[in-house]
Design a protein around this ligand. Sequence first.
Ligand SMILES: [Zn+2]
Length: 318
Amino acid sequence: MRAKRSKKYRKLMHQYEMTFGFREPYQVLVDSNFLHAVDQFKMDLLPALERTLQGTPKPLLTKCSLAAIMAKQPINPRTNTPYRPMHLPPPTILPLRHCSHNAEHTPIDEVECLLSLLSPNAEVKKNKEHYILATAEPPAAKKSDKADNPAQRKRKTEEEREEERAMRRSKALRFGARAIPGVPIIYVKRSVMVLEPLSTQTEAVRDGHEMSKFRAGLDDPEIGDKRKHDGEGEDGGERKKIPGLKKAKGPNPMSMKKPKKRVEANAGGAKKQRVESEVAEAEAEGEQSGAAKTKRRRRHNKSGDADAAPVAEAEADA
Ligand SMILES: [Zn+2]
């Protein structure tokens, strides 16, 4: 069971790497419910995240999540500030992610904060900083078993209402995160930490990504068509200018094909470092090196814009 699950998670993270450019160390935004659950079920933050992501995690706590945690803490009468809760790891383990949502830098609602970090643009949903969301079932309200007197009964319903509210917010957070393509979601429910399967939105982008890779592989017939057009279209006035250009270009697609392979071979020299690091990553992922190799090569064919950008981003993040 354990081995099966870790293989599943490794495959999941591999998909996020291939389609969205995720790289280790993975940046994980942990929320207040997650930290509470990790403490409640006596998990170790870093090893638990590492097991779930099958890679090195870099957990982060937003200022707004910190504010949400502190808001529930009793006030220390001597300092007039909330006590630091036991379940809050030190900043060396869990650094603060400085977020600013307004001119005064005052914290906002935790759910709103996290969703705005996951996708800074509310219209074009894109997780460009490659964050992973780690959240949990909200803590259950302590059930007061004896509700004989009306005052206690009233308090109980108040607690239940609070619990319902927390549950709604927790669902809204995950619902919102799933609507952003490329957001891995870690969720703790009843002492089990899981990595959610790809959301519908994430799958849609991945499938589109697969399609564009597929189309890139269909270049050859297009080149054939173009040459046909060149031959037939010489009567057109506008065509006459273009054929001159296209004749010069004509052989290029053919010669392009061979250099492509040479470029690939040369890539070992030119992009040696990058390839080496990617191979090392593929090896770290283990077991599926065969599949990884073919996929990686396809990425090189595309090279340039689509892939270079996420890599650069990821490096900038690290
Ligand atoms: Zn915030």
